[in-house]
Design a protein around this ligand. Structure first.
Ligand SMILES: [Zn+2]
Length: 449
């Protein structure tokens, strides 16, 4: 998270209570001090932070407000020509370009980058501003004397934003109106990576709600979306199933995603497709094949097992192969989430209901051990591909799927309640519900943008 919004809100509450306690105690101190006969020891009062009221300093006059400004964007005209047309002489133009060159490459200027030049009443150039983006702004001041370059401080703030949508064709389509569609879709896909295959599962009419951190920058032109942070909560109501996810930091500093019951959304793979395993041949990129009598990578693990021992799917997924497959004999392949594919070869037969396109859950029997294809005896060849590349299935580490620890269940439930309240209170799309800095006035200002 940028800074966990929830955490920050919690801290602010704590800070507010401290201030309140401080105020009450200082009030008490005033009363006690009236009793001159029995002064309270200093330490009681001194130990508690008392809010200090700082008088606001008078606003200094911004010298830039006294200048008259001309503005433009780089567009497709040379900046030199633009400034010249605005009445800047070539000496000043060269000076401006030289001063900005350490921070900006004028050869790679983007047409949308903007400039502003400030003239004194007598026509002398006094200031220049380069706006690369809402967060990257350079101010050149004192061009009529001692020039100074500074990157402008920008104010950013994070809000929890709600994004709701319905699938028409794809998740991308449903999010097309949102800024940074691909980033947002990627974040949602990652949260539900073990449950939903966003390339295949979504159906027309599926609905989703996302509560996500969104970072904005505020400047004199208004508010600008900057980037997304973490998804705080998400719900997906699909034709196939309904899923929910809640972000929670179980104490290790990293957030994990859990369902409302506090179970991790990460699904571990079973260590092996067989209940009892005995490895007879390990994964080996350069092994002598007993049947083919030549060197050939062994892209999997062989488990010796009696004929017709049930073979289970190591994780939920979709069957992408079920049938005769050359030397692999009767084979089953399952495509899982996160670009993992598992293979089960030399089967004696395939289990009922297992056909290409069928879904299986972790632990479902997909077939029975045999010796079809190139096999010397009854065994299961178990293979795995990650991102299209063969890997040793026994050496793969998958993130642990530990639930929310008991000691943190209350905190977790509270978090879920908060998130649900945010997701459910306002049903209209894209509403801003939580802010850490904004006031109602600023919110109105934004709506007027
Ligand atoms: Zn094998």
């Amino acid at each position: 998270m940028f800074d966990s919004l929830a955490k920050r809100l919690r801290y602010r509450n704590i800070a507010a209570s401290l201030l309140l306690v401080g105020a009450l105690i200082s009030l008490g101190a005033v009363v006690l001090n009236r009793d001159d006969t029995k002064p309270e020891p200093e330490a009681t009062v001194a130990a508690v932070p008392v809010p200090v009221v700082v008088e606001p300093e008078p606003e200094p006059v911004d010298p830039r407000s006294l200048l008259s400004w001309k503005r433009g964007t780089f567009g497709n005209t040379l900046i030199y020509n633009q400034l010249q047309q605005s009445g800047v002489d070539s000496g000043d133009i060269h000076r401006i370009i030289d001063l900005l060159t350490p921070v900006y490459n004028f050869r790679k200027s983007h047409p949308e980058h903007a400039w502003e030049v400030g003239f004194r009443e007598d026509g002398a150039v006094a200031a220049f501003t380069l706006k690369v983006s809402p967060v990257e702004i350079y101010d050149l001041d004192g061009l009529d004397g001692e020039a100074a370059l500074a990157r402008r401080e920008v104010e950013t703030y994070t809000e929890a934003k709600i994004v709701r949508g319905a699938i028409d064709i794809s998740l991308f389509g449903a999010l097309a109106e949102e800024p940074q569609t691909a980033v947002l879709a990627g974040k949602l896909a990652k949260v539900f990576a073990w449950d939903i295959d966003f390339y295949k599962d979504p159906r027309q009419g599926d609905r989703f709600d996302i509560l996500i951190e969104a970072k904005y920058v505020r400047n004199e032109d208004g508010h600008h979306f900057l980037e997304y942070g973490d998804i705080l909560a998400a719900r997906y109501q699909g034709a196939f199933d309904t899923y929910d996810a809640y972000a929670f930091d179980a104490g290790d500093g990293d957030i994990g995603y859990y369902n409302a019951e506090g179970k991790s959304l990460v699904r571990e793979m079973m260590r092996s497709p067989l209940k009892l395993q005995r490895i007879t041949s390990r994964f080996n990129r350069n092994r002598f094949h007993p049947v083919l009598k030549r060197r050939r990578a062994h892209n999997g693990v062989d488990y010796g097992a009696p004929r017709n021992t049930p073979v289970m799917a190591v994780a939920s997924g979709r069957i992408v192969r079920a049938g005769r497959y050359g030397g692999a004999g009767i084979a089953v392949e399952i495509q899982h989430r996160n670009k993992i594919l598992t293979q089960y070869f030399h089967l004696n037969k395939i289990a009922k209901g297992v056909h290409v396109g069928a879904r299986v859950k972790q632990g479902d029997v997909v077939g029975y051990v045999g010796k079809t294809g190139y096999a010397t005896g009854y065994h299961l060849h178990y293979g795995m591909k990650r991102n299209g590349r063969y890997v040793d299935p026994t050496a793969q580490k998958f993130p642990p799927s530990t639930p929310v620890p008991d000691a943190q269940r209350d905190a977790f439930q509270q978090q879920v309640t908060t998130y649900l309240a945010q997701l459910d209170v306002v049903r209209a799309g894209g509403d801003v519900l939580v802010r850490n800095q904004d006031t109602a006035a600023q919110e109105n200002e934004r709506q007027a943008d």
